[in-house]
Design a protein around this ligand. Structure first.
Ligand SMILES: [Zn+2]
Length: 65
């Protein structure tokens, strides 16, 4: 699990977060969800270079209560 977190960079999106800061890819991101104690954390993944970014966005896990 530790290796997964080390590969993710925390970012603070401005008005728009569309360009990958790692490689310059300009057409947006894929998304994945990473389980945390507080819910599911939205992770953005660059489709070009695979860099992963933590936006701080959390979504509830509707399947565990
Ligand atoms: Zn990239």
């Amino acid at each position: 699990m530790a290796d997964i977190w080390q590969a993710i960079r925390a970012i603070t999106p401005g008005d728009e977060f569309r360009v990958c800061p790692a490689c310059g890819y300009k057409l947006g991101f894929h998304t994945s969800l990473l389980r945390t104690e507080g819910g599911l954390l939205v992770i953005l993944i660059c489709p070009e270079c695979g860099a992963r970014f933590d936006t701080g966005w959390m979504v509830p896990d509707g399947r565990s209560a």
